[in-house]
Structures are given as structure tokens and as C-alpha cells.
Design a protein around this ligand. Structure first.
Ligand code: FES
Ligand code: FES
Length: 167
């Protein structure tokens, strides 16, 4: 990249005002990793595997094909932003409980799409909704059943605790 092409883009990343630098067309994954967000991982680099998924204004997107200019003025969440107060999120904890990974390379991407699914509904998620929400993610270790179970269990547990709180 020619230095003269370099620009600054302001966005909120994991709740913090952030300035990322690069050319308009620099892939977002490059700028996010340069910012130390190494959960954003590249496998295919062409938008078909889901490994690099981040949430842009709450929607899952592939950071490997997302141009940096698209982040300007937007809110970005990566797996580093899932934990709260130093505690793993409910979904992260359920991934561990369900043994939903082997090598874990695909895990951050699945977590982000799983979190978007959970954020998009109050009720328990059925198999079809989970299948739809996780389509486009590949796991070379073949952990699909456990990953889906983790999202399903997390949605069910969350609904129980909310119902309990109301009661
Ligand atoms: S690395 Fe981005 S979709 Fe595969
Ligand atoms: S756990 Fe290895 S690629 Fe998914």
C-alpha cells in the first residue's frame, strides 16, 4: 500500500472508540489484527468459511472481504469483546461445556454468529434457526453437532433464567 493511500477510520470496537488505519480497500481483517484483535482469523480469504466473522452493527460479516471504509462510524464486535468483567460469556462457557471445538481455529467465528442468533431472539432457538444462523461456517474438525448443541443449550438456559427472574 502506498503511504499516500493511508487514511483513518473511526469506529467503536468492542465498546471502545477506535481509529483504524489503512487504505479504503484494506480488508477489515488486516486492520483489526494490526490492532491486536487476533481472534479474527483468516482461512479462505474469499468469504466462504466464516472463520473471520465479526459483528458489524450486530450483524455477522466476513472481515476478510469487508473493506476498511465500511467500518467508518460503525460498531464492531469481535470475540475479544464477548467477555464481561473478565468472565467468559454464557455462550463461550457453553462451548466449553459442550466441548464444541477441537483445534478451535473456527471457534471465534462460530461464537460471533452464535451470539448474533442469541441477540436476535428472546426465546429458545430451534434446530432450523441455528442451522440457518450458522450456515456458511466451516469446521474442519467436524464439531458441528457440538457447536449447534452449545448454541441451543445457551438459548434454552437463558430463557429459563429469564422466566425464573420474572416468576
Ligand atoms: S477467512 Fe473470511 S470467510 Fe474465510
Ligand atoms: S474446531 Fe478445528 S476447525 Fe473447528
Amino acid at each position: 500500500m502506498d503511504r499516500t493511500d493511508e487514511k483513518s477510520f473511526s469506529c467503536v470496537v468492542n465498546g471502545e472508540y477506535t481509529v483504524l488505519t489503512g487504505a479504503d480497500t484494506t480488508p477489515a481483517i488486516v486492520a483489526l489484527r494490526a490492532h491486536g484483535l487476533f481472534s479474527v482469523r483468516e482461512t479462505c480469504g474469499i468469504g466462504v468459511c466464516g472463520t473471520c466473522t465479526v459483528l458489524l452493527d450486530g450483524e455477522p460479516v466476513s472481515a476478510c472481504i469487508l473493506p476498511l471504509y465500511a467500518l467508518d462510524g460503525r460498531t464492531v464486535q469481535t470475540a475479544e469483546g464477548l467477555e464481561e468483567g473478565g468472565e467468559l460469556s454464557d455462550l463461550q462457557q457453553q462451548f466449553i461445556a459442550s466441548q464444541a471445538f477441537q483445534c478451535s481455529f473456527c471457534t471465534p467465528g462460530f461464537l460471533m454468529s452464535g451470539q448474533a442468533l442469541l441477540d436476535g431472539t428472546d426465546g429458545p432457538l430451534d434446530d432450523e434457526a441455528i442451522e440457518d444462523g450458522l450456515q456458511g461456517h466451516l469446521c474442519r474438525c467436524g464439531c458441528y453437532a457440538a457447536i449447534k448443541e452449545a448454541v441451543r443449550e445457551c438459548s434454552a438456559a437463558r430463557t429459563c433464567s429469564r422466566a425464573g427472574a420474572r416468576g
